[in-house]
Ligand binder design. Structure first.
Ligand code: G6P
Length: 603
């Protein structure tokens, strides 16, 4: 986690760095800092708290003049989030300042070594070993000192370096943490992610593991681990500036919920041609696989659970979904005939990357479903399907998740077709193409959500129940609620209630029941009746025409009529809005919930 940014040019660096950090805040927001080079010295301002606190502090110090600098927004790993542990960190001689995203696993050993040489550490961070090593190796050639420094590091890092001695020159290094270089006119940048740079440039170079870069306002040179210059491709990013701004919405999360019809359209439309699902980009022969294993973290895992139900149903192949943090340390039974589907919005989640590497080593083929082009997962996979959701800024994913499900729907249909199991593809593609409209209807048909949020926001706990894909959506609904409103929310397979959880049901306990699958409606209805007879208040999510559920529930959320195979992507939308409004009622920081970060690049 953590976000880093660097700028070198002819205009003032501090405003560019602070604006970049604002856009990177989703990656961590417990402390922040910038360092600027001027007249052969480095000035530094750091603070605990959010980037706004840093902006105030920089203003109070006179704006920090200088035309090159580096910045950081932190999600603490080593050391509490205070001013001292905030980045940048400075070498003992004041010659270098460093920002870092990642974890240096051998930092304790390096710190001991440096302390024995007389280095006095200022912070508790792992990062400080990087800058102190650099200071101790420097003999007039920064590139050589940096190569030597990174050769000592174990773990993951995206590092930015500012030096007092060489005006206008930045250095950067990468291993297993995201880092791009932005190419401007008479100014250049580095950043963890394009959202920090998109208002300045859309032309980037992706740094690869083991590379370092020397960046001046007019020149960018990338070197490999041995210091040899590497020729790098330039990439043009299609995301626009507006998509990384709130555009009048109070929160990015609300904006991104509302963007879902358009995001799903962008995901689905290019892949449907003449009534057929076309994945020209896939390049895999689906007949080569006997089983499918889906792995991911958080909401992406929940999308995988939806995908698992659909693949089993349409493709009749054994399909499993497992969280990546478990899979990476488990003993999955996989081999050359296993297709592993890795799902990730950011493409940088550390556990997901580790799980996919393990699967590849076991001989499996890895297909990645990813949003961020050029991300680590996209690069490591055998094949990639992009979700094309555009930038997602709010920490709690919404359009990232629904577009993942949309790709999984199309993939299931595509595999089924290649196995000769798909009937009436034209009807299925009509259903897929109607999904963006259905999502808009689901948004429009639930004006009662703010009132429901006022009713339920002070509850002690919320239980979400459902069966099959309704259960998969319940998992995500409960996660959304707890992530942003801090209300204790859990999801249960409805049939499991009687095996323990029902003991928790008491007078006025809210239960959110998902009932969007006609074939098992009766069963969920029985569970609703069971909890109601023990005093629960039931908020049911169903179709307006479902008289049985409508007549028994205390409160209702609706989705428009849709084939139950594909209802998950619609069902989640009212639940996202409910979580949003409950969080608003509770006065929570919706886009930046406490203790979380969007891109979890550490284990
Ligand atoms: C974090 C985010 C979640 C996300 C998960 C996986 O926990 O807060 O919203 O689902 O990481 O992220 P990925 O980028 O791999 O989809």
């Amino acid at each position: 986690m953590c976000g880093i940014v660097g700028f070198t040019g002819r205009s003032q660096a501090a405003p560019v760095l602070l604006d970049g950090l604002k856009h990177l805040e989703y990656r961590g927001y417990d402390s922040a800092g910038i360092a600027v080079q001027k007249d052969g010295a480095i000035a530094m301002t750091k603070t605990s708290g959010k980037v706004d606190a840093l902006i105030d502090k920089v203003r109070a110090t006179g704006g920090m003049p200088g035309v090159s600098g580096i910045g950081h927004t932190r999600w603490a790993t080593h050391g509490v989030p205070n001013d001292v542990n905030a980045h940048p960190h400075m070498s003992q001689d004041g010659r270098f300042a460093v920002v870092h995203n990642g974890i240096i696993e051998n930092f304790a050993e390096l710190r001991k070594e440096l302390e024995a040489e007389g280095v006095a550490f200022q912070s508790e961070t792992d990062t400080e070993v990087i800058v102190q090593l650099l200071g101790s190796y420097y003999e007039g050639d920064i590139k050589q000192a940096l190569l030597r420094t990174v050769s000592r590091l174990e773990g993951s890092y995206a590092v930015g370096v500012l030096s007092a001695d060489v005006p206008g020159t930045l250095y950067a290094a990468r291993a297993a943490s995201p880092l791009i270089i932005g190419i401007g006119a008479g100014e250049n940048f580095f950043a963890s992610d394009i959202t920090a740079l998109v208002s300045h440039t859309k032309n980037v170079i992706d740094m690869d593991d083991g590379e370092i870069a020397e960046i001046t306002p007019d020149r960018i040179t990338v070197f490999d681990h041995a210091g040899r210059a590497v020729k790098k491709e330039e990439r043009h990013v299609t995301w626009d500036v507006a998509s990384a701004e709130k555009n009048g919405y109070d929160h990015f999360m609300l904006k991104e919920i509302m963007e879902q019809p358009a995001a799903l359209k962008a995901t689905i439309e290019p892949r449907i041609k003449g009534g057929c699902v076309c994945f020209e980009e896939l390049g895999l022969d689906m007949k080569n696989y006997d089983s499918i294993l889906i792995t991911a973290c958080g909401s992406a895992y929940h999308a995988g659970v939806v995908g698992r139900y659909l693949i089993r149903k349409l493709c009749r192949i054994p399909a499993e979904a497992e969280v990546a943090s478990e899979l990476r340390y488990g003993d999955p039974v996989i081999g050359e005939r296993t297709l592993v589907i890795v799902v990730s919005q950011s493409g940088e989640t550390a556990d997901t990357i580790a799980a996919m590497k393990k699967c590849r080593e076991a001989g499996a083929t890895v297909l990645a479903i990813v949003n961020v082009v050029g991300s680590t997962i996209a690069k490591l996979a055998d094949a990639v399907l992009y979700t094309w959701a555009g930038p997602e800024i709010a920490v709690a994913t919404t359009k990232g998740y629904t577009t993942q499900i949309a790709v999984l729907y199309m993939l299931a249909a595509y595999i089924a077709k290649h196995l000769g199991l798909l009937q009436n593809e034209a009807a299925l593609t009509d259903t897929l193409q109607a999904l963006p409209r259905r999502i808009q209807q689901a948004i429009d048909m639930n004006p009662s959500i703010p009132a429901l949020a006022r009713k339920y926001h002070a509850s002690k706990a919320l239980f979400f129940i459902g069966r099959n894909t309704d259960y998969a959506v319940a998992l995500e609904g409960a996660l959304k609620m707890k992530e942003i409103s801090y209300l204790h929310s859990e999801a249960y397979a409805a049939g499991e209630l009687k095996h323990g959880t029902i003991a928790l049901i008491e007078e006025h306990q809210p239960v959110i029941a998902l009932c969007c699958n006609a074939s098992i409606m009766e069963k969920t209805l029985s569970n609703i009746v069971e909890v109601k007879s023990r005093g629960a208040e039931v908020l049911a999510l169903t179709f307006r025409s479902n008289r049985q559920i409508v007549s028994v529930a205390d409160d209702l959320l609706f989705i428009p009529p849709v084939d139950p195979l594909f209802s998950a992507v619609i069902e989640i939308v009212p639940l996202q809005l409910l979580a949003y409004h409950v969080a608003r009622e509770n006065g929570c920081d919706i886009d930046k919930p406490k203790n979380l970060a969007k891109s979890v690049t550490v284990e």
